[in-house]
Design a protein around this ligand. Structure first.
Ligand SMILES: NC(=O)C1=CN([C@@H]2O[C@H](COP(=O)(O)OP(=O)(O)OC[C@H]3O[C@@H](n4cnc5c(N)ncnc54)[C@H](OP(=O)(O)O)[C@@H]3O)[C@@H](O)[C@H]2O)C=CC1
Ligand SMILES: CC(C)(CO)C(=O)C(=O)O
Length: 345
């Protein structure tokens, strides 16, 4: 039995760190949240408010412990890093300089860039794939699609005890699965994340889709190319929550459109604003995880000699558009034009 008094610090109280903090706090005595600016201030004043999608009237507010610097907690046992990939190196450097010994690090980023960054600073690293969507409705008020799942694993077989410890702590508050094939989970999740770029580019959820069939074609081919890339790297499928399987993705691309339009429309209605959409559209920022996700996959495709015109065109368009302020979404047709040109090369 893992004790409930482990000292746990969650760095980043955004969509993922905030929901996790709200779910773990009631079940564990020493969970501390670390963020900055308005988010930190609001959490300190009134805790974290979380609500399941469409149920804001049933929102729960959980008072949480907060700190302003990780050095406030001596002998911290577990540090959960819930910041974006683009903040990770800076956060890891700071944490390393402030913390003694070798706490367990839990890394929750999409993608696998964290596998390059974190081992430069830490020894005991557990990785997690996040299998749900969450969003900051306002600072410290977070909506979520479902309570998990998290898929946890490690790249170091000697960390079995640490993995079991983190699993026990997570399981007290949220659906959690452990895998001994973590890379399959990480790469399978990255396929789904390829769509963050396109849905952001066309402002999905902020403007009406004007051309459903083009939207569907682009989105599903992005995913299909992703499946081909992961297959070429040798990783296997790992089902992530209720996200589409490789079979579903392949079927939608291969079957006549009229067969799959209805199901696609239903799923489209359920689609939420991705973490990239939150950065670029909701916060009007210029930083995103585009290179950690789409950029990384394009490099894999190049290594495998795979043509990926959908991903390549969208990556380039995102590079151009995300740097503009204010960001203005493109239409599906504008995106399609660029893909067509890429295919002709
Ligand atoms: N949101 C989602 O639905 C999902 C997200 N993920 C992944 O989870 C990871 C976290 O994403 P998400 O929760 O959406 O990100 P958010 O941007 O919502 O949250 C990150 C938080 O960390 C804070 N932060 C950044 N740097 C520091 C720092 N130096 N010190 C203190 N706080 C800091 C940010 O503050 P500030 O705003 O000031 O920078 C922000 O509040 C990403 O890799 C994402 O891809 C995975 C699945 C779903
Ligand atoms: C929820 C999901 C799967 C959307 O692609 C995601 O991981 C994100 O928003 O980053």
């Amino acid at each position: 039995m893992i004790s409930k008094d482990k000292k746990i610090v969650i760095v980043g109280a955004g969509a993922i760190g905030g929901t996790l903090g709200a779910w773990l706090t009631p079940q564990n005595e020493n969970v501390y949240m670390l963020d900055r600016g308005e988010v930190a201030e609001r959490i300190r004043e009134s805790g974290i408010t979380v609500f399941a999608e469409g149920r804001r009237e049933h929102a729960e507010t959980i008072p949480v412990k907060t700190i302003t610097d990780i050095s406030e907690i001596p002998n911290v046992d577990i540090i959960i890093l819930a910041v974006k990939n683009y903040s990770l190196d800076q956060v890891a450097t700071h944490v390393r300089n402030q913390v003694e010994g070798e706490p367990i690090i839990v890394a929750l980023q999409n993608g696998v860039e964290n596998q390059e960054i974190l081992p430069k600073y830490f020894k005991n690293i557990i990785y997690g794939v996040v299998g749900y969507n969450a969003w900051l409705e306002e600072p410290a008020t977070i909506g979520y699609q479902s309570k998990g799942p998290y898929i946890l694993g490690t790249l170091h077989p000697e960390l079995t005890t640490e993995l079991a410890e983190v699993e026990a702590i997570f399981k007290r508050g949220v659906e959690t699965i452990v895998t001994d094939h973590f890379q399959d989970a990480a790469y399978s999740k990255m396929i789904i994340n390829l769509t963050n770029s396109f849905t952001t580019l066309v402002g999905h959820k902020y403007r009406e889709i004007t051309d459903f069939l083009i939207f569907k074609k682009i989105l599903t081919n992005l995913l299909y190319e992703g499946v081909q890339i992961v297959k070429a790297t040798g990783y296997k499928e790992c089902k992530i929550g209720d996200m589409p399987s490789w079979f579903t993705i392949t079927s939608i691309v291969k079957l006549p459109q009229f067969v799959t339009n209805g199901a696609f429309r239903k799923n489209l209605a359920k689609m939420v604003l991705s973490s990239m959409g939150q950065d670029i559209i909701q916060r009007q920022g210029t930083e995103s995880e585009l290179d950690s996700l789409n950029g990384y996959f394009i490099k894999l495709a190049d290594q495998a000699g795979l043509a990926v015109p959908y991903n390549r065109a969208i990556y380039q368009l995102c590079k151009e558009q995300f740097s503009k302020t204010p960001f203005k979404p493109l239409t599906e047709r504008e995106v399609w034009e660029r893909i067509r040109l890429e295919m002709e090369k």
